[in-house]
Design a protein around this ligand. Structure first.
Ligand code: PDD
Length: 298
């Protein structure tokens, strides 16, 4: 059975989900998106996503296509129609269809689309052993805090990671500081066990998982320092990890040629991963395996 998508007011087979050639999203990347995850049909932190979604629309002056509660209903309807238990929901809004011309159209009619995807939770081995990443120049536009569909800078960096067979690309700005990653936030832990993370300013996307991470860290009495750090500092950190709604807390054990800490996921990352997965369990009842044995036994 083909997946069902939602396109501008209609539920349609995913393979036939289409928008117009002159949709400004298609021609100018003039739109924004959200990616949410759900387990046992329960969406994780939906209101944090809707807050960010509405903020992105305000920043881009794209009219909201429907109120939050209506959008929530469309999202739940999509999950129900597809019969998925676990997965991801992609929501996109563009400034709509208009004759190709740079200025915003006078009376834009935003186009809303939603798609559903199978769960992309990392394999238990990734949590158990950690992953490798590369560094890459941050060539994105200067407002990545807006979740814009303009992701060329992100996908170019990710492709470099794919070419060398690693999980992510850590983005480095012209000052030599790590901002975030191609599709996740990144964080380090210093030798005193303090969590260091780039501030959620205009240089990074304020990840929903990052917000949860900082709350959990404070609950665990892990000191949090929000400040920029250089690539050099990251390579010499005790621990490093990525966060996103799909990766949760994913330990990083190597950046370029530099082995991080002992080369194994460190204690602070492990505590934060555990706390994050407990938070997901509390919201959804889903147990995410982090050990290869656990998978074999399942
Ligand atoms: N990516 N930074 C970037 C550039 C991202 O694309 C993402 C998420 C994050 C983490 O945000 P969150 O914790 O809200 O997932 C940070 C999503 C998953 C995506 O583009 O598919």
């Amino acid at each position: 059975m083909s997946r069902i998508a939602y396109v501008d007011g209609r539920y349609v087979p995913h393979l036939h989900a289409q928008v117009a050639m002159e949709d400004r999203g298609y021609q100018f990347a003039d739109g924004m998106y959200e990616y949410l995850t759900f387990f046992n049909r329960k969406v994780i932190n939906p209101d944090l996503h809707f807050d960010r979604f509405e903020r992105s629309m305000r920043e881009l002056e794209i009219p909201q296509p429907m109120p939050r509660e209506a959008l929530r209903m469309v999202m739940m309807e999509l999950i129900a129609r597809n019969g998925y238990t676990d997965g991801g929901i992609y929501i996109q809004v563009t400034r709509g269809v208009a004759r190709r011309n740079h200025p915003f159209p006078k009376a834009p009619k935003p186009v809303l689309t939603l798609g559903i995807y199978p769960s992309k939770t990392p394999a238990p081995a990734a949590y158990e052993h950690g992953v490798k990443v590369i560094s890459h120049r941050d060539i994105r536009w200067k407002r990545p805090d807006i979740k814009s569909i303009s992701l060329l800078g992100n996908i170019i960096a990710k492709q470099e990671a794919v070419k060398v067979g690693v999980a992510e690309a850590w983005l480095v700005n012209d000052a030599g500081e790590v901002t975030e990653c191609s599709h996740s936030n990144c964080h380090i832990v210093d030798s005193k066990g303090r969590l260091i993370t780039h501030p959620a300013d205009q240089q990074i996307l304020g990840g929903i998982t990052r917000t949860t991470l900082l709350r959990l860290a404070r609950e665990l009495q892990i000191e949090v320092i929000e400040r920029p750090y250089t690539l050099e500092e990251a390579k010499n950190a005790a621990e490093a990890f990525n966060t996103s709604v799909t990766a949760n807390v994913l330990p990083v054990v190597q950046i370029d040629d530099a082995v991080i800490g002992t080369g194994k996921p460190g204690p602070v990352s492990k505590r934060l991963l555990e706390a994050m997965l407990e938070d997901i369990y509390q919201q959804t009842g889903k147990i995410i395996p982090t050990k290869t044995e656990a998978k074999a036994a399942a």
